[in-house]
Design a protein around this ligand. Structure first.
Ligand SMILES: Nc1nc2c(ncn2[C@@H]2O[C@H](COP(=O)(O)OP(=O)(O)O)[C@@H](O)[C@H]2O)c(=O)[nH]1
Ligand SMILES: [Mg+2]
Length: 164
């Protein structure tokens, strides 16, 4: 079965790379700030998802995308064939509202119908973040299981928002 393509987008310094690494278990929380060039794809699996009363393991491709506008020409490729979006933004910073709106319109409003809003803090709420991610993946897979017809394709779309 093909992996689930989940993209992580949001403004610069909102925490996309930190959250991606944490969900993929790639590294410890980094202390230095390294902006991501273009996109970085993390591959990992999520275990114990229950679909149709069976426990399954699913491969995930998590696309940690740069929030920089100079990569805007990559947006169509990033959005192609996505199963879900993790939109990360910082509630406390109001200086990038226009950018948030642009990203939101392009990647979310045009594609998704259902949005879950989750507050997160990796230091104090890391395990909740992982549980929320697992239930996000499970919701997507259950919808894919229930709607296999092409005409129902648009109901598959699911998306998650992380506020920091
Ligand atoms: N304390 C704390 N720092 C965070 C958290 N998330 C991100 N950061 C810090 O915020 C900065 C930007 O994070 P990064 O993930 O690189 O942002 P990106 O540009 O959206 O990929 C880094 O210095 C991170 O260490 C968090 O949940 N708690
Ligand atoms: Mg980054």
């Amino acid at each position: 079965m093909q992996p689930l393509k989940i993209i992580v987008i949001g403004p610069i310094r909102s925490g996309k790379t930190t959250i991606s690494n944490f969900l993929a278990d790639a590294t410890e929380i980094p202390y230095d700030y390294h902006p991501t060039k273009g996109v970085r794809i993390l591959e990992f699996e999520v275990q114990n998802i229950i679909i149709n009363n069976k426990h399954i393991t699913k491969d995930i491709e998590l696309w940690d995308c740069s929030g920089d506008h100079k990569f805007e020409n990559c947006w169509p490729a990033i959005r192609k064939d996505i199963h879900g979006v993790i939109f990360v933004y910082n509630e406390k910073s109001s200086d990038c509202l226009k950018e948030i709106q642009q990203l939101y319109d392009y990647f979310i409003a045009s594609t998704f119908m259902k949005i879950s809003h989750i507050k997160c803090n990796i230091e104090s709420g890391g395990s909740k973040l992982k549980t929320d991610f697992a239930s996000f993946i499970s919701t997507i897979l259950n919808k894919m299981h229930n709607y296999t017809n092409q005409e129902d394709k648009n109901v598959l779309n699911e998306n998650i928002l992380f506020a920091k």
